[in-house]
Design a protein around this ligand. Structure first.
Ligand SMILES: NC(=O)c1ccc[n+]([C@@H]2O[C@H](COP(=O)([O-])OP(=O)(O)OC[C@H]3O[C@@H](n4cnc5c(N)ncnc54)[C@H](O)[C@@H]3O)[C@@H](O)[C@H]2O)c1
Ligand SMILES: O=P(O)(O)OC[C@@H](O)[C@@H](O)[C@H](O)[C@H](O)CO
Length: 379
């Protein structure tokens, strides 16, 4: 049986990427630090993926097991020897932490087999696999690096499926019915059900990140400020729906210009995504969607990059600036990054905070527009 090793047995790992490999006839070894999940995977050897929709539909996932990478490093290295695919869905900030162990597994593998291994990071981040690759290379000597280039293939990808936080007592995962997994390669690679291959990922990842994730972030931060709990509940407020649409028109204008997208098709894509967000069966929390605001306010992420790109292209970005302001007001005490932002604002002010986390010059037009909106939102 073909094998895949997947880092991150969380929402996307179990509910999307691992599930697709299992459905494609692979044995999936999940790697995670969550001992309870790993033990359950080894005891139960399967779980159900449940679709969040009115009629009940579940998909049985079989042929799975788990390894704890904190306590069983050698088992992870062994599983890397056996795999055809190595994937991650672990969060962009965790990639540097797992790279040293992956590097050890790859160093051993390239001396033992000519078989190719395909590495794909499935994260909400532009060029996530390139970033993971660089972290892996940083952990290898020059000779191993050269051999690695010949035998290990690294492909960037875009992943799209809304998977909320789950009941922690069960391996079962509730997911939205829709999904898209786009992988960038020109090679013929072993087929995986549900994987779409493209030659150039840039339009796909930017369209996804700056529509699905920008829209989601606007709802999460405005919803949080309005005292809402879930994404669908927030969309019960028509004023917020209008703000989401206006923001996505701004990212849309940039995307249409940059990638020569068909305008009508892109507007339909925006509408489709707003409908996805309204799925009440998901019960998706504003604090999950707004999580890790330092990452979300990063220069290449869903709020700042479209704003700075729009500014450079002479396109409007005022609604994006409003979303950035709302993100700066996300003071959820259980989110470490939200707490850090609040401390930074208190001690150093808004302009310095945006300079530090978003790479914006303190006197930039985007910064001025964000501060203007911040004052209005703050009331
Ligand atoms: N949930 C979604 O709707 C969704 C959709 C598309 C993309 N994504 C992306 O997928 C990635 C994962 O998101 P998620 O929602 O599945 O998160 P998650 O928190 O449910 O899963 C992450 C998993 O990684 C594990 N982990 C953390 N640190 C680790 C370490 N050092 N070693 C091993 N395992 C570790 C956690 O225990 C957890 O099981 C993120 O990049 C996210 O942006 C999420
Ligand atoms: O996972 P994050 O924190 O980058 O973003 C939160 C949500 O927007 C995200 O998880 C979406 O649900 C997902 O990207 C849909 O494909």
């Amino acid at each position: 049986m073909k094998k895949a090793i997947h880092f991150g047995a969380g929402n996307i790992g179990r509910g999307f990427i691992g599930a697709l490999f299992s459905e494609s006839g692979y044995h999936v070894t999940f790697v995670d630090v969550a001992n309870q999940v790993i033990n359950k995977l080894n005891e139960e050897k399967g779980y159900q993926v449940k679709l969040a929709q009115s009629q009940e539909e579940t998909i049985a996932i079989t042929n799975v097991s788990g390894i704890n990478n904190r306590t069983h490093e050698n088992d992870v290295i062994e599983a890397i020897q056996q795999a055809t695919y190595l994937t991650t869905a672990i969060g962009p900030n965790i990639l540097p932490l797992i790279a040293p162990l992956i590097a050890r597994g790859l160093a051993k593998r390239i001396t033992a087999t000519e078989d190719k291994l395909y590495v794909i990071a499935c994260e909400n981040q532009i060029g996530a696999t390139d970033i993971l690759k660089q972290h892996i290379l940083d952990n290898l000597d020059e000779e191993t690096k050269t051999q690695l280039e010949e035998k290990i293939c690294f492909f960037n990808s875009a992943v799209d499926r809304i998977v909320p936080i789950q009941n922690q007592d069960s391996l079962d995962v509730l997911v939205e019915p829709y999904y898209e997994w786009v992988v960038e390669t020109t090679e013929d690679i072993p087929p995986v059900t549900g994987m779409t291959i493209v030659k150039d990922l840039a339009p796909f990842i930017e369209r996804k990140l700056f529509t699905v994730n920008t829209g989601h972030a606007v709802i999460a931060y405005l919803g949080y400020l309005a005292g809402k709990t879930t994404i669908d509940e927030t969309l019960g407020d028509e004023e917020i729906v209008r703000e989401v649409r206006a923001t996505l028109k701004e990212t849309g204008a940039y995307l249409i210009k940059q990638y020569k997208l068909d305008e009508a098709e892109h507007l339909a894509y925006i509408d489709k995504n707003i409908e996805r967000f309204k799925n009440a069966y998901l019960n998706d929390g504003v604090t999950r969607v707004g999580r890790a605001p330092i990452r979300k306010l990063g220069p290449e992420d869903r709020l700042i990059r479209p704003a700075t790109q729009a500014q450079k292209a002479g396109l409007p970005y005022t609604h994006l600036a409003n979303a950035v302001a709302a993100a700066l007001l996300f003071d959820y005490p259980e989110d470490e990054e939200a707490v850090e932002i609040q401390e930074m604002i208190r001690e150093h002010g808004l302009a310095e905070t945006l300079q530090k986390f978003s790479g914006l010059a303190e006197d930039s037009d985007v910064t001025k527009e964000v501060i203007r909106h911040y004052k209005v939102l703050q009331g």
